[in-house]
Structure formats: structure tokens, C-alpha cells
Design a protein around this ligand. Structure first.
Ligand code: PMP
Ligand code: GLU
Length: 405
């Protein structure tokens, strides 16, 4: 078997693989607690479900235009007006099979082999692999002070003549950190000045806590839309709990969107017709479910932080949004892969090793599950790692006794 150099350089998505591990254990009846998940557990909005069902009933589920239907583009235009305070045209919008495909076609449209893309560490698992798929070079940048908030100087020090783009995700997967408005403002200005693309992955922007509100990068852009190198990514997967519908989008200059659409037309022809129809209904419909999800996640975040308060060896930075917390377990174990394996084998708790996000010694803990998942999951972790935790615990219908430490 001969495999391409690019193909063999791409690793499996650790987050998706762990979902499968958790599902397989559950199917065997194991009382697994999935704290590794990256999708809300709530139902998609009723409007979206009704629209999808209605389309299915017609039996007419066809190809759509490569960059998405006009109805979806119009819904995205309204969304952009509401949340970004900016007016765009249908030709400034592409809808894709998930935000993932929007990012991918954007990278394919702007990158030549050996070009470099800078993004802060820790980063979402797919960023390095997506850049590598273009034959380009991922340039992860560690913050000098080890915090989850990159500084402009951290990014500036990685810029070379080959730098083509900077990509940020705020609120962030895996840390839950929402970057400061001043940072976003400054980054938009610096990228404009240097002629760099700036990809803003805003997929979690409405899932923020403690009274925060989404930030619009357009507030700080000087460049007119048509010469702008800003690429704004968003979608229905997280905010509307519609991960399986696979609809995301990008907003950018018309020239770039045309190239992205050409690429997408050859890749997947168009986003799923049912997904698009459902996404229009979600965006235009009743928005109560988004606020419901946001509140649940804030509540879950609070519960997780309270659990970590009494877990003396864990340092957890309070997330500003998303459904992730990136906790520091180095006191117990520096090798996050080994640690996650130990937690799974001994206590049936799924977590994602920090090394997959470019930062070892940490685990990404998800708050997508129930409050009980959070409290019981952390109790099981304590049982595995903390000598002061009771030696006996119930896992499902078994009582297990710790025989290590
Ligand atoms: N960006 C980030 C940071 C994500 O966490 C995800 C979730 N997988 C995506 C993009 C892609 O979202 P989608 O499921 O819409 O492809
Ligand atoms: N973005 C989610 C996560 O990070 C879903 C899985 C994926 O797309 O990789 O877990």
C-alpha cells in the first residue's frame, strides 16, 4: 500500500475517536461517564426538526447551489447583522458541511505549500491537521506566561515572510477562555497592516458566561469588505445543538468566497440539503433553546469549578464560555495520554488528553453532560488520583476498592 506523504502525516481526530470509545463502552453496558464530548446533549430546536421533517416528507431532497441555498445565505446575512453589526451580500457567504468544512475550504483557498499559519496553543485538535492537508505549515504559538490568553507579542514573534494567516478560536476549545476585546481589536489591526488573513473561529461565540456578550471583529476592521482578509467562521452545530446536521458557514470577501465555493463544489457538491433547510429554521426561528443551553452550560461550569475546588492537585482556570475546561493535572501525571487512559481503565471516565491540543499535563473536561455526570465523573477521578479520597467507590452497580497508592 502506498500512501501519500500528506495522507500519512494526518492523525486520527482524537476527539471523534474518543466519542466512539465512549459509545462502544456504553453499548457493552459499561457505566462510562463521557467527560470528553464536544457536543451539547440538548435537542435541536423544534423549528429545525419540523423543517427537516417537512422536507423529508416531500421526497424532494436534491443538490443545492454549491455554496448553499439563498434562503440559508439570507438567514446568515441576518445573523451577521444581528451579532456582528455588519451588512453583507449573499456573495460574501458560503455555507458548508459543518464549520469544519468552511475552515478547510478557506485554508485551501488561501494556502500554498510551505505557507505558514499561526494559531495559539492550546488549539483545537483539527487546526494543525487542516493546515497540513494543504501542504502548509502549522505554527502553534505558546503564550510566554503559560496563560490561555495569547498576547499580540506572542503572535508577532512567530510571523515570518511565509506567514499567510493567523487563526484564533474564542471562546476557545479546549480552554473556554474568551479573548479580550482589546486583543481582538489589536489583532485585526495588525493583520490588516501586515496583509495577513485572519480566521476568526466564532463557533462558540453565543455560549458565554457571567454576562459576557459576543465580540464582532468587524467593529475593528478598517479595510472594506471586498479587500478585507478577515474570514469569520460560525455555524449551527454548537449553539443550536445541531452537530449531526453538519451546517457551518464563512463570511469573507466576495473574491475569496467564490474560490472557496469552487473548491467546495468539487469536494462535496454542496452542504446537505436537509441540514440547510433545518439551519434556516433554527436561525430564523425561536431562539429560546440557545439561551437555555447557555444557562445549562454556565450552571455546569459552576458545578465543575466547585468540584475542582476540593480536588487539591488540580488547577482549573474558570472558563468564560463553551463547554470545556482545560485542567492542569501535572501534580499527578505529566503524560496526559497516560493519565486519560488510566482514568478510563480504572474509573470508566472519558477525558481528552491535553497533548491533542498541544499542551501536555492537562485534560479537557467537557460540561456537555448532566450535573450528575460532572459530580460523579470528578468523584471517580479523585478516587483514582487523590490519596485523601475514600478508597471505596460505586461504579455502576459495583463497589470497587482502590488497590494502588
Ligand atoms: N471549530 C471548533 C473550535 C470546534 O470545536 C468545532 C467543533 N467540532 C468546529 C470548529 C467544527 O464545527 P462543526 O461541527 O460545525 O464542523
Ligand atoms: N469540536 C468537537 C470537539 O472538539 C467535536 C469533535 C470534532 O469535531 O473533532 O470535541
Amino acid at each position: 500500500m502506498t500512501i501519500s506523504r500528506i495522507g500519512s502525516s494526518i492523525s486520527q481526530s482524537a476527539t471523534l475517536a474518543l466519542n466512539q470509545t465512549a459509545a462502544a463502552l456504553r453499548a457493552k453496558g459499561e457505566p462510562v461517564i463521557h467527560l470528553g464530548g464536544g457536543e451539547p446533549k440538548s435537542k435541536a430546536p423544534a423549528d429545525a426538526l419540523a423543517a427537516a421533517a417537512a422536507m423529508l416528507k416531500t421526497g424532494e431532497v436534491r443538490y443545492t447551489p454549491a455554496g448553499g441555498t439563498l434562503a440559508l445565505k439570507q438567514a446568515i446575512i441576518q445573523y451577521t447583522e444581528e451579532f456582528y453589526g455588519t451588512t453583507v451580500d449573499p456573495a460574501n457567504v458560503i455555507a458548508s458541511n459543518g464549520a469544519k468544512q468552511s475552515i478547510m475550504v478557506a485554508l485551501q483557498a488561501i494556502l500554498d505549500p510551505t505557507d505558514e499559519v499561526i494559531f495559539p496553543v492550546p488549539y483545537w485538535v483539527s487546526y494543525p491537521e487542516m493546515v497540513k492537508l494543504c501542504g502548509a505549515v502549522p505554527v502553534p504559538v505558546l503564550t510566554e506566561d503559560g496563560s490561555f490568553h495569547p498576547r499580540i507579542a506572542d503572535i508577532e514573534r512567530k510571523v515570518t515572510p511565509r506567514t499567510k494567516a493567523v487563526m484564533i478560536n474564542s471562546p476557545n476549545n479546549p480552554t473556554g477562555a474568551m479573548y479580550a476585546e482589546e486583543f481582538v481589536a489589536e489583532l485585526v489591526g495588525r493583520c490588516e497592516k501586515r496583509g495577513l488573513y485572519l480566521i476568526m473561529d466564532d463557533i462558540y461565540h453565543r455560549l458565554v458566561f457571567d454576562g459576557r456578550t459576543p465580540i464582532s471583529c468587524y467593529t475593528y476592521a478598517r479595510e472594506p469588505m471586498e479587500t478585507s482578509k478577515l474570514i469569520v467562521i460560525n455555524g449551527v452545530s454548537k449553539q443550536y445543538a445541531m452537530t449531526g446536521f453538519r451546517i457551518g458557514w464563512a463570511v469573507a470577501s466576495k473574491g475569496l468566497i467564490q474560490v472557496m465555493t469552487n473548491i467546495q463544489g468539487h469536494q462535496t457538491s454542496c452542504p446537505s440539503a436537509i441540514g440547510q433547510h433545518a439551519a434556516v429554521a433554527a436561525i430564523n426561528g425561536e431562539q429560546g433553546s440557545v439561551e437555555g443551553l447557555r444557562r445549562t452550560l454556565e450552571n455546569n461550569r459552576n458545578a465543575l469549578m466547585a468540584e475542582f475546588d476540593s480536588f487539591s492537585g488540580v488547577t482549573a482556570t474558570r472558563p468564560d464560555g463553551t463547554f470545556y475546561c482545560f485542567a492542569d493535572f501535572r501534580h499527578y501525571e505529566k503524560d496526559s495520554t497516560k493519565l486519560a487512559k488510566q482514568l478510563l481503565e480504572k474509573a470508566l471516565v472519558v477525558t481528552v488528553p491535553g497533548v491533542e491540543f498541544g499542551m501536555d499535563g492537562h485534560l479537557r473536561i467537557s460540561t456537555c453532560g448532566s450535573l450528575q455526570d460532572i459530580t460523579e465523573g470528578v468523584a471517580r477521578m479523585k478516587w483514582v488520583l487523590d490519596p485523601s479520597a475514600p478508597a471505596e467507590i460505586r461504579i455502576g452497580d459495583r463497589t470497587v476498592v482502590r488497590d494502588w497508592m
